[in-house]
Design a binder for this molecule. Structure first.
Ligand code: BV8
Length: 237
């Protein structure tokens, strides 16, 4: 890592790999979420149009499973950093789980939505929702039986992109944790950050599709490499 003493503004991108040790399946490991399903069958608006029950059951299963999981030392370390860091810090997560928040982080942005929200396709209201949607429950705001998972599917625009690009523009350090770098625009953030002069660090179990773009890559399980890195950063600040 370069001169850490002049790091003030940090952007952290997390993916499924940070939640793997909490027992939440990643997408692209064997037996992972996508292995059991073709992406285009469960994570596109067309799939929802074509087979709503399949899609609703896929997300009902994940919503229920996630609520039985706990944050792991990687989430805890990022929460510690969020609380202690005096400069700007933004955790941009591709994950729909709420393990960052349950570990105590607050500067979290879910660019691909949240598993605990239901989005009414009739009145556009998003409501906190922890139960199933397969039985077409009524929207708490308008009563229509038109709720879908509040999740960004392929072909849909990720949330708060302007806020993300503003954070990347002012970032001194961009850290990517537990993501394969397979899906855009998230996979392109390291290139944006690097072009804008930030230091770039990857913490991942194995090399990813974006590894070549990082100044430094540290390989290992998130529960080990993330706390190590956070301790380093806090010691220097
Ligand atoms: C958009 C929510 C435009 C749903 C997700 C052709 C070329 C380039 C781009 C495209 C293209 N064709 C289409 C596109 C665009 C498309 C895309 O990028 N497709 C890819 C497949 C090529 N992107 C989109 O459609 C996006 N929208 O572009 O909109 C637009 C413009 C104008 C107007 C309207 C629209 C939207 C994409 C969002 C899709 N939704 N998730 C849900 O959760 O069910 S994607 C989902 O997969 C994740 O959110 C994440 O983003 C993505 C990748 O998953 P990862 O998190 O990286 O997980 P993965 O399993 O892949 O990897 C895990 C990693 O962790 C591995 O590296 C592993 O080694 C590591 N790991 C494992 N264990 C550990 C670990 N690391 C540390 N410790 C461990 N223990």
């Amino acid at each position: 890592m370069g001169d850490m003493s002049r790091i003030r503004n940090i952007v952290i991108l997390t993916g499924a790999g940070i939640s793997a040790e909490s027992g939440i399946d990643t997408f692209r490991s064997e037996g992972g979420l996508w292995e059991q399903h073709r992406v285009e069958d469960v994570a596109t608006p067309e799939a929802f149009e074509r087979n709503p029950d399949l899609v609703l059951r896929f997300y009902d299963m994940r919503r229920e499973a996630i609520q039985t999981k706990l944050p792991n030392p990687a989430h805890d370390a990022l929460a510690r950093l969020d609380v202690a860091w005096k400069g700007e810090l933004l955790i941009v997560t591709q994950n729909i789980d709420d393990l960052h928040e349950r570990a105590g982080a607050s500067r979290v942005l879910h660019m691909h939505g949240e598993h605990l929200n239901a989005w009414c396709t009739w009145c556009d209201t998003r409501s906190r929702w922890s139960g199933p949607l397969i039985d077409r429950p009524e929207c708490p705001a308008c009563g229509a039986r038109a709720l879908r998972p509040d999740v960004v599917w392929f072909g849909e625009m990720p949330y708060q992109m302007e806020r993300i690009y503003a954070a990347l523009r002012s970032a001194d350090l961009f850290v990517s944790i537990g993501t394969s770098g397979a899906v855009y625009p998230a996979a392109g953030f390291v290139q944006n950050a690097r072009d804008l002069g930030a230091q770039t660090l990857e913490l991942n179990l194995e090399r990813s599709q974006g590894s070549a773009w990082f100044h430094e890559t540290r390989l290992g399980p998130a529960s080990v490499v993330v706390p190590e890195w956070v301790d380093e950063v806090l010691a220097l600040s």
